[in-house]
Ligand binder design. Structure first.
Ligand code: UDX
Length: 451
């Protein structure tokens, strides 16, 4: 079967954001290892370069005109515009690929938010598969939200009883946990959710999760969609691939080597979160006062009004030089797997969540936007491998959270549960595990649709 697959090409279409590019490239690598050729069709912004040692990968450009920087402030508008502007050029791109000699496309696998691809696949009579970078529970919530009237929802949510009501079939989620924050006005957001559902023509869904994390939501998804669902996560342990858009600063590993085992708190809020100078100051003071060494990622441009860290007061550099280390971008998976790591203060992006669980590292959860809140709820209340940091950023709260996570008695239970969960996740990608089997099923399907 693997031999037959050698000539088969799969086209991948990522959303041009780090948290979406990484898992789809990992999927590409997993399929490449199963014998498929991979073509990545990407926009002009945030390109993964072909120089990143990806043999067996071809890269083509879909010219698009929406600056990626728009996502940070207006995610819904960005996604809608991107879908409108990319459709025609993607059609040209597929037509060109089909003209290339020996370019036999088995399937287009596209990020769920690049829903314009469905129509193109249909026009060329090619099978298509949706790739989801978030959880099945998130899909469930999106389905709930898409059926709501935004005006009525806003009024209802002013009532604390409604906020605390459990969402049907989604225990322990309450209405206030639904992923609406940071998405801008509700009506366009709900409209986008409806659009994604309406434009769904794919014959299957691949999702970067695994059944031991969210079995009941996966069953719901399977039933709701009526098409095969392949939960093959965590993809980063199935196949690793270099797809960082920013340069990783490996010097922090040397700094980690000098720290005591399980002592360091690693702080990173992913690829999109923005913060104010005053909050970063409170954060660093709290980290310093906890007496634990800290490794802090501050992306260029992530502090509002500052290119990097020049807006921070002098006292910050003093505290960092005594007990901390700052990088612009860390080799995160390596950091999380380092023996000095005691905990991860995270924004709870889905990739970071999976990476942390796989290394058995407990988390402080501080979600920023969208489904991060949902992930935080599961980390704290369902898998019980983290604690939430709520309210205003304030040094006392930060200090307490770090101590709870790394020093206090409570930390032992968190670490133990994180280890148990880690073993379950690792088992799911080993031979006979649920994600391993799902990948095999997917490969069979890709071969079947091709011949
Ligand atoms: C966002 C959403 O929050 C996420 O849930 C969704 O699935 C994708 O878009 P993002 O903010 O990018 O994601 O966070 P996350 O999903 O955690 O992805 C960040 C990636 O960047 C991770 O793979 C992480 O390892 C990597 N990273 C982050 C680094 O390699 N170095 C860093 O310093 C910080």
């Amino acid at each position: 079967m693997e031999k037959r697959a050698e000539k088969i090409r799969v086209v991948l279409v990522p959303l041009p954001l780090q948290g979406h590019i990484t898992p789809i490239m990992q999927l590409g690598k997993a399929l490449n290892l199963k014998g498929f050729s991979i073509t990545v069709a990407q926009g002009e912004c945030n390109q993964v370069s072909s120089s990143q040692h990806l043999s067996g990968f071809q890269f083509v450009t879909i010219p698009e005109t929406v600056p990626v920087s728009q996502y940070e402030r207006r995610p819904v508008e960005f996604v809608m515009k991107l879908n409108k502007t990319s459709e025609a050029s993607f059609k040209d791109c597929i037509a060109q690929l089909l003209l290339q000699q020996g370019s036999d496309i088995a399937c287009i696998i596209y990020d769920e938010l690049m829903y314009f691809c469905g129509a193109t696949a249909k026009e060329f009579n090619l099978p298509s598969i949706i790739f989801s970078t978030t959880t099945a529970t998130h899909k469930f919530c999106c389905s709930v939200l898409s059926k709501l009237n935004s005006k009525k929802f806003l009024i209802d949510m002013q009532d604390p009883e409604v906020q605390d009501k459990e969402v049907e079939n989604l225990h322990p989620l309450r209405y206030k946990d639904l992923p609406t924050s940071g998405m801008g006005p509700l009506e366009p957001y709900f409209e986008l959710l409806r659009e994604i559902i309406k434009k769904r023509t794919a014959s299957a869904v691949i999702i970067n999760t695994t059944s031991c994390l969210e079995n009941s939501s996966l069953s719901w998804l399977q039933q709701e969609l009526g098409i095969p669902v392949y939960p093959l996560g965590p993809l980063h342990i199935l196949s690793s691939v270099k797809s960082s858009l920013l340069k990783e600063d490996k010097n922090c590993i040397e700094w980690l080597n000098k720290q005591k085992p399980k002592s360091v708190i690693y702080v990173s809020f992913g690829s999109l979160a923005l913060m104010e100078t005053k909050d970063v100051l409170e954060m660093v003071c709290g980290l310093f006062n906890s007496n634990q060494p800290f490794l802090l990622v501050i992306r260029p441009g992530s502090i509002l009004g500052s290119e990097w860290i020049e807006s921070l007061p002098e006292e910050v550099s003093k505290m960092v030089s005594k007990r901390g280390y700052i990088v612009k971008w860390a080799p995160q998976i390596e950091v999380l797997g380092h023996p000095a790591l005691g905990g991860f203060w995270s924004h709870c992006g889905w990739n970071s969540t999976l990476e942390s669980i796989v290394e058995g590292v407990p988390m402080i959860c501080m979600p920023f936007i969208g489904e991060q809140k949902l992930n935080a709820k599961y980390i704290e209340s369902v898998w019980r491998v983290g604690i939430k940091l709520e309210g205003e950023m304030e040094r006392g709260g930060v200090e307490r959270a770090v101590k709870r996570l790394i020093v206090d008695e409570e930390s032992e239970g968190l670490r133990e549960r994180a280890h148990v969960l880690r073993e379950k996740l690792k088992a799911s990608v080993r031979s006979g595990g649920s994600s391993y089997n799902a990948l095999d099923e997917l490969v069979k399907m890709l071969n079947f649709v091709h011949y």
